[in-house]
Design a protein around this ligand. Structure first.
Ligand code: GZL
Length: 326
């Protein structure tokens, strides 16, 4: 009788312990189905910024033990839509993506919503009437970045009364950074009627296209160009090569302000060939993985997460270079 009683007490205790053990947060290292699966649709591989962004996401997923299905859209929205559909078919836990352009996402995001899969938008924004289609948007304030570039230029030219001719290299058309960086910059320079944008061309955030576009602009406007405003450092760096081949001194004959604050821009500022870069941080991986875990755990996250950034004029480039992480 005593043996039976002892057995009952022991087995009940054991049962109680196993069912009450605290569930550790999913680290994903455990080889069991609870590990989180994230489907990420990247827009392409057009710039050093994008390379750093993709690396940050892959590394952060690995460190968080999150299974990552990563797709490169190769600068085509239809590829991103296909990737999102494959994530839905694979019943991933969360979908995240960096939208190449602002519009055209409602249909596929509704499919994700109907499948009960939460979506996090990173790096760029979308245009939609229905913001229930995504859980959160984490990206920089692109309009503010354009304004910062404009303010730096206005400050630099405050003693200059003559007409100043600006040429602009834009990122890929229809993307939120391109649209808003243009608007922000124009909002500031319109206060100075002597500063005018005389040419604005698309170079898709790419070094090679920045070179080609600047080559053409120099043929068109040559010695009339006083300032280059580039929506990212890569296009500015491509343009610098064209300016030098044309026989002018970038950073001196043509003032150059751009956005991203990548290492290449700091190196050009140290060489005296670029004058200012506005920071747009690509290292979103850890923040994204934390958001993914929170969403899976049912923890509310902010609808809009703004990534902060500073302004780096050439004067601080040398001391700042060692701190740059991308
Ligand atoms: C901005 C990002 C832009 C960068 C470019 O968040 O989408 O795309 O400024 C990149 O360098 O190509």
């Amino acid at each position: 009788m005593k043996r039976l009683l002892l057995f009952v007490i022991l087995s009940t205790t054991l049962l109680f312990l196993t069912t009450c053990e605290k569930k550790e947060p999913v680290s994903g290292n455990e080889p069991y189905p609870e590990s989180i699966v994230l489907g990420f649709s990247q827009l392409g591989a057009e710039s050093d910024w994008r390379t750093a962004n993709s690396e940050s996401i892959k590394t952060a997923a690995r460190d968080a033990g999150i299974q990552l299905m990563f797709s490169d859209g190769q600068q085509k929205q239809e590829n991103q839509i296909k990737a999102i559909r494959s994530f839905i078919a694979n019943q991933v836990d969360v979908i995240a993506f960096s939208p190449l352009v602002e519009s055209g996402w409602d249909t596929v995001l509704k499919e994700a919503k109907d499948a009960g899969i939460p979506v996090i938008i990173t790096d760029r924004a979308i245009k939609t009437e229905d913001d229930s289609l995504y859980v959160a948007l984490m990206c920089s304030d692109f309009r503010e970045e354009g304004k910062k570039a404009g303010k730096w230029l206005v400050e630099k030219l405050q003693e200059t009364k003559r007409d100043i001719n600006v040429v602009e290299l834009q990122g890929n058309m229809g993307s939120s950074p391109t649209i808003l960086r243009k608007e922000g910059f124009e909002e500031i320079i319109k206060e100075r009627p002597n500063i005018q944008i005389i040419q604005s061309v698309c170079a898709d955030f790419m070094k090679s296209k920045g070179y080609e576009a600047m080559e053409e602009l120099l043929k068109l406007e040559g010695d009339k160009i006083d300032v280059l405003y580039a929506h990212n450092d890569d296009m500015a760096i491509g343009a610098i090569k064209a300016i030098e081949e044309y026989g002018l001194k970038p950073g001196k004959d043509i003032i150059i302000v751009s956005i991203d604050a990548n290492r290449g821009a700091f190196e050009k500022m140290i060489e005296g060939k670029l004058n200012c870069t506005v920071e747009c941080n690509p290292l979103l991986g850890p923040m994204l993985m934390q958001a993914v875990r929170d969403v899976v755990a049912g923890i509310a996250i902010p609808k809009r997460i703004i990534i902060p950034g500073s302004v780096f004029p050439e004067e601080v480039a040398a001391q700042e270079l060692e701190n740059r992480k991308y």
